[in-house]
Design a protein around this ligand. Structure first.
Ligand SMILES: [Zn+2]
Length: 417
């Protein structure tokens, strides 16, 4: 029986959201936290985008060093042979790719304005897959953008060509959040039966159903004998109304009625890291966690009414489906209300040594402390918010990697292509 794998896309869909963004260090921290949680794959960025190059290379280096293991790091590009070539020119050590192209009549007419027909779309995708294969890509996902508005007959043809040319998965993109659990089940089940290959579910929340649709789509793929890969983002941050929230999706798979006993994760997720990753993403994006967010919202375990409070005091299971401790909550959090020394872009050595000393980090000499401080200053320029402890520790532990993450040098790179 097929399994469900979590493929997080915060570092691609999340960061391309209007009004939001992350520094390269923050993206790296998310990859580290996702890896700690047991997430199967992180869609870690855009290999054809110049300012991503150093970040992507540095993260692949962390993978080689064993720091980002066993998580798979996969890059997202458009499905053209030219983009594949650019991706491997910039990031030669890429191992996993998703190539994306619009498949719906609406998009083909509305974006390509009659210059492309369905056969051209299939051809572009096939050429991209062939090019990716020729570079020895270990896994290739093919994304059917706007799959939920694509006629099934064409979707089947598109998927079968992807499979024929060696794609490992088809990403069913409900790009506009148009599906509901009933329609996505029907379509994905038919697709996976016609073209036996693993299916990725990429769902958006424009109608508030991203998690429900992801679960229904995953069930459909597994019922058809295939593995399912659900695309999530931390705190559901993504284009417009967002994507399937990572924590809510894992809770739904592992706790919901009639599902948790039959459909299983291919790699266990350590939910005790949920609180930490949700808090970090909220801080890094500058977006508060909604009070009613499943699992990690301030009210997720709060009870006020007489009947509920009395019930929880007698037995939490009366009104709580899962415990706060499972999500890594319940530890007291230290909030400084007195004098505070922060690391910033204009910090000096004395304050910095004080901060690092509180975390029991000692430097071998003044030169080393100054070197790390310089990196911390640059990291603050990029994030414009004080770094969290884990970021400071990361820079102290991996200064060479940090330097690469912080290097953005548009003028020193080739201006062509
Ligand atoms: Zn998306």
């Amino acid at each position: 029986m097929g399994k469900i794998y979590i493929l997080d896309v915060t570092n691609r869909d999340g960061v391309q959201t209007a009004n939001l963004g992350l520094s390269k260090l923050e993206k790296t921290m998310l990859n580290i936290y996702l890896n700690e949680m047991g997430v199967f794959q992180s869609e870690f960025g855009f290999p054809t985008t110049k300012h991503e190059t150093n970040y992507l290379m540095a993260n692949l280096e962390l993978a080689e060093m064993g720091v980002l293991q066993p998580i798979r790091l996969e890059g997202w590009i458009r499905a053209t042979a030219a983009d594949v070539e650019t991706a491997f020119m910039r990031v030669p050590k890429l191992k996993h790719l998703n190539v994306s192209i619009s498949t719906s009549e609406q998009m083909i007419q509305g974006k390509f304005l009659g210059r492309k027909a369905k056969d051209d779309i299939t051809q572009m995708m096939v050429e991209a897959v062939d090019a990716a294969r020729s570079h020895g890509t270990e896994s290739i996902g093919v994304n059917a953008e706007d799959a939920s508005r694509t006629d099934l007959e064409y979707l089947i043809k598109f998927a079968s060509q992807a499979k024929l040319h060696g794609a490992d998965r088809l990403r069913y993109c409900d790009t506009l959040g148009y599906d509901n659990p009933f329609t996505i089940y029907e379509t994905v089940n038919a697709l996976a039966k016609e073209v036996p290959m693993p299916i990725e579910l990429h769902c958006h929340s424009d109608l508030g159903m991203a998690v429900a649709n992801s679960i229904a789509g995953a069930k459909a793929a597994i019922d058809a004998g295939q593995d399912a890969y659900i695309n999530t983002t931390v705190n559901g941050i993504g284009e417009r109304a967002g994507n399937a929230d990572l924590v809510a999706t894992v809770l739904a798979i592992t706790k919901s009625k009639g599902l948790s006993d039959k459909y299983h994760l291919g790699r266990p997720i350590d939910l005790s890291k949920a609180w930490k990753i949700a808090k970090f993403a909220s801080y890094a994006f500058g977006v508060p966690i909604p009070i009613n967010q499943p699992g990690v919202g301030a009210n997720a375990f709060a009870h006020a009414s007489g009947i509920h409070a009395d019930g929880v005091l007698k037995d939490p299971q009366n009104y709580e489906l899962y415990s706060y401790a499972e999500l890594g909550r319940g530890e007291p959090e230290f909030v400084e209300t007195g004098s505070q020394i922060c690391a910033g872009q204009y910090s000096g050595i004395s304050g910095f040594r004080h901060i690092m000393g509180q975390m029991e980090v000692e430097f071998k000499d003044a030169a080393e402390a100054e070197k790390i401080l310089e990196l911390v200053r640059y990291a603050n320029v990029a994030s414009q918010t004080p770094l969290v402890e884990d970021e400071l520790l990361f820079i102290a532990n991996y200064p060479d990697i940090a330097r690469k993450l912080l290097t953005l040098a548009p003028l020193s790179q080739p201006s062509s292509s």
